[in-house]
Design a protein around this ligand. Structure first.
Ligand code: ZN
Length: 365
């Protein structure tokens, strides 16, 4: 039986903020600082195929009505029921999965002397006795304890450090925080148990994934994810397995029967320009029916080249025979025209740049 516990950024922030405020400012009353505090945790849990249960704490709600002191914090049993009523309405997808409380100490030596970051016997006893929590958490609740003390100086740290798999600590300014996690479960006889302070199978994941494990590769999608390929997809994949030399000639790849990539896309390096009709018909060796005309850096219309496939091209410039964009597009592909219903034909100047091997979706096939 293994467990992992992770926290959302919001949950980690609010738990740390609550612990810090109760420690530094207390409850606002005179000489009432370094107080413990308490809150409830909502989130998710899921058991994976290997039997590890993953808990994720999505949010923490601080209990204002709990009775706080320097050595203990006593929950108001009505608080968790009241909050659950609201959460059932607002966030029914979340589960009450546990609670959190804080431990406070004067300094680092005090924490180390008595291992103040561990759960106390009273912590475990009250956790095991919390019927409402166990019922809501499906007999697998979690318990978090955050310990805080003030350091003599600020220590440079770059990440959280682990004491045991279920205990991590980190510094914020001159304060040090420890986060301890335990999981409750039912043993073979159905009695409540707690992983407690022993080395256990609880792994606390305090950090986001700023790191990578050795050989921890991301698994990419495989063909198994696409079991039902359309016929043209199968053909396209078969073409992709051709030799590298063949691959360079992308014009030979078939994206569907009779339609090649080369008919749809043209490398920029292959674009040519010409001005006369005869020049264009000579260069139009792929027999594109329509050739786009560029004017002032934009689309100026289409030249209907097909009419000269088997005829002697006339003398003169393309600019004198280019069709207005909307007029021509309706003939070549009405669906494109409908996308630009308000487009107006542009006047074509004497200088027209024409691409004879440009986009040729209008080619007759
Ligand atoms: Zn405690």
């Amino acid at each position: 039986m293994k467990f992992t516990i992770s926290l959302s950024d919001a949950a980690r922030h609010t738990i740390t903020l609550a612990t810090l405020e109760a420690y530094v400012l207390g409850d606002g009353r005179p000489r009432r600082t370094k107080l413990e505090t308490l809150g409830y945790l909502w989130g998710f849990s899921r058991e994976d195929s290997k039997g590890t249960t993953h808990f994720h704490v999505d949010l923490m709600s601080l209990s204002i009505s709990a009775k706080r002191s320097r050595n203990s914090v006593k929950p108001n049993d009505q608080a968790v029921r009241l909050k659950s009523e609201l959460m059932d309405r607002w966030a029914p997808h979340l589960t009450l999965i546990g609670d959190f409380h804080s431990h406070t100490y004067e300094n680092l030596a005090e924490v180390r002397d008595i291992r103040g970051f561990e759960f106390s016997d009273a912590d475990e006893a009250s956790f095991l006795d919390d019927d409402f929590l166990w019922e809501r958490a499906n007999d697998q609740p979690i318990m978090l304890a955050m310990t805080i003390c003030k350091l003599a100086r600020v220590h440079e740290k770059h990440a959280a450090e682990t004491i045991r798999s279920n205990i991590a600590h980190f510094d914020v300014g001159e304060f040090r925080f420890w986060l301890n996690a335990a999981v409750g479960f039912l043993d073979a006889s159905g009695s409540r148990r707690c992983t407690g302070n022993r080395p256990s199978n609880v792994k606390l994941r305090i950090d986001s994934r700023f790191y990578n494990y050795s050989r921890d590769r991301l698994v990419v999608a495989t063909r198994a994810l696409f079991p039902r390929l359309l016929p043209w997809e199968l053909k396209f994949r078969a073409e992709k397995r051709l030799s590298r030399t063949r691959r360079r000639k992308c014009g030979n790849w078939h994206v569907q029967a009779g339609l090649t990539v080369g008919m749809i896309m043209t490398p920029r390096a292959h674009l040519m320009t010409c001005e006369s009709v005869s020049d264009l018909t000579t260069r139009n060796i792929n027999r594109h029916s329509y050739v786009p005309v560029v004017h002032d850096g934009g689309f100026g219309g289409l030249f209907f080249a097909e009419r000269f496939f088997d005829a002697t091209p006339p003398s003169g410039k393309i600019s004198e025979r280019v069709s207005a964009p909307e007029e021509t597009l309706v003939g070549a592909d009405a669906s494109i025209s409908r996308l630009h219903p308000r487009r107006r034909p542009k006047a074509v100047s004497a200088r027209v740049r024409t691409s004879v091997t440009g986009p040729s979706s209008s080619r007759q096939i």
